[in-house]
Design a protein around this ligand. Structure first.
Ligand SMILES: [Zn+2]
Length: 291
């Protein structure tokens, strides 16, 4: 079947570089709502979807290659280097992330390889592509309106990973996780990770919630599936390593708007930390009263 040609399940036998006995990452035991680094604000992470020329774009997911090049040039001029979230989190663990910005591409559109990669390479930037494990080589059928866009194939994902681009999981079939039963959450997180690890021939440590939708059971499932971090969109009480907030970037975003968005990110971060502190103090007061 033509539309199955690119899927991981059908192509599993063709992936030759997947190690049979991979070392599993130790499970994190961190509480899911903990800040990415204690007492710190969230790192700045930009969220893209598609970089292409598109007349019709009802969900405003597409940035033209020209606009994308401008945005990347602007980051470069400001002394920032765009990196994958994997690299960002590693640098952050050593306090070396102040000149970095995370660059993320949701859904794994084929245009990532065609348009985004050459522009990023020209500046020595890296990025993360979060791909939908069961839909590789197919299209964005979950978006009912708007143009059908091709998704990266298994082969392209393998090649991108080999060239150093981080491949993360965006679930199995682009299903929102909140409200799903525990066994389904486990399949969405573990099975997508397993399939992608076969494709990339190494560990897959990043997850990105479809639609940015996250609740506590979803974040726990992601942590327990062995991921190192997960990307959400909005700031929330879950903001932290397993619900990293991200800043949407669209085709209208020039330098001025990007600067404003960075300021807004910092403000939301400060408010989130303030609320977290207030919540912790209230919880402590209750515990003390009980003892
Ligand atoms: Zn998505």
């Amino acid at each position: 079947m033509d539309n199955e040609r690119g899927t991981l399940r059908s192509a599993r036998a063709g992936v030759t570089n997947a190690p049979s006995d991979r070392a599993r990452l130790p499970r994190s035991r961190r509480p899911v709502g903990e800040p990415a680094r204690p007492g710190s604000s969230s790192p700045w992470i930009l969220m893209y979807h598609s970089v292409a020329v598109e007349k019709e774009d009802p969900y405003q997911l597409t940035v033209s290659p020209e606009r994308f090049a401008e945005q990347i040039a602007w980051l470069h001029r400001r002394g920032r280097r765009g990196v994958s979230v994997r690299e960002l989190m590693r640098a952050r663990a050593h306090g070396r992330d102040d000149k970095l910005v995370g660059l993320t591409f949701d859904d794994g559109y084929a245009d990532f390889a065609r348009y985004a990669v050459p522009i990023l390479q020209a500046y020595g930037f890296t990025a993360t592509a979060y791909v939908v494990a069961d839909l590789l080589g197919q299209d964005n059928g979950w978006d009912t309106e708007g143009p059908r866009k091709k998704l990266l194939t298994v082969e392209e994902v393998t090649e991108l990973a080999a060239a150093g681009w981080e491949i993360g999981s965006h679930g199995l079939g682009h299903q929102a996780l909140p409200g799903l039963p525990a066994d389904v959450l486990a399949v969405q997180t573990r099975e997508s990770r397993r399939l992608l690890e076969e494709a990339v021939g190494g560990p897959v440590t990043g997850f990105c919630y479809p639609y940015g939708a996250v609740d506590a059971p979803a974040a726990l499932a992601v942590r327990d599936a062995g991921y190192d971090y997960a990307c959400a969109i909005a700031h929330s009480p879950l903001t932290g390593r397993f619900a990293l907030p991200r800043c949407y970037v669209g085709d209208r975003d020039g330098a001025w708007r990007l600067r404003a968005k960075k300021g807004r990110h910092r403000l939301r971060d400060a408010v989130t930390e303030l609320r977290r502190g207030r919540r912790i103090r209230a919880e402590r007061a209750v515990t003390e009263r009980r003892s």
